[in-house]
Design a binder for this molecule. Structure first.
Ligand SMILES: [Cu+2]
Length: 169
């Protein structure tokens, strides 16, 4: 009598143990796959911007990941002298008042049109470049996703269209 009672109980316990292992295996498998896929995103975002005598950037829109390291190069392809046609890139914070910034920049010739009083509005900026000059900056993309305006802060260049948007995803 006892024999018949014990066997089904044992079998039941074995089945349960087997199920537990299967669930564990199923739970770990997708995690391992996700970990393997994660490093596919490039560590550093490379942005190559050019500016010219027509007061245009080659790019007006690019995307980076939140908190990503960004290496941005600006090259001035123009030939006009720096005092008449200098270019820079100033990346402003999300929601910054771009017009207020450019208005202040006009008065900031002494600091290459990057007004010190509004430094808290700036994510990063390059030097002001004369013809055939280039500057490379490295900075961390903001951690907050959204649209961050960038401009050339040389007088009147923003109004002529030297502006764009960095989208942080
Ligand atoms: Cu410019």
């Amino acid at each position: 009598m006892k024999k018949y009672l014990v066997l089904p109980l044992l079998a039941g316990a074995l089945v349960m143990a087997g199920c537990g292992k299967k669930e564990e295996a199923a739970a770990t498998a997708p995690t391992a796959a996700a970990q393997a896929a994660a490093p596919a995103a490039p560590v550093v975002a490379i942005i190559e911007l050019t500016a010219n005598d027509s007061m245009k950037f080659n790019l007006t829109h690019f995307e980076v990941s939140a908190g990503q390291e960004v290496k941005l190069t600006l090259t001035n392809l123009g030939t006009m002298p720096k005092v008449a046609m200098g270019h820079n890139v100033v990346i402003l914070k999300k929601g910054a008042d771009v017009k207020a910034y450019t208005d202040a920049a006009i008065m900031a010739a002494g600091t290459d049109y990057v007004p010190a009083a509004l430094a808290d509005q700036v994510v990063a900026h390059t030097k002001l470049l004369g013809p055939k000059q280039s500057d490379e900056i490295t900075f961390k993309a903001p951690t907050e996703p959204g649209e961050y305006p960038f401009i050339c802060s040389f007088p009147a260049h923003f109004l002529s269209g030297m502006k764009g948007v960095i989208v942080v995803k």
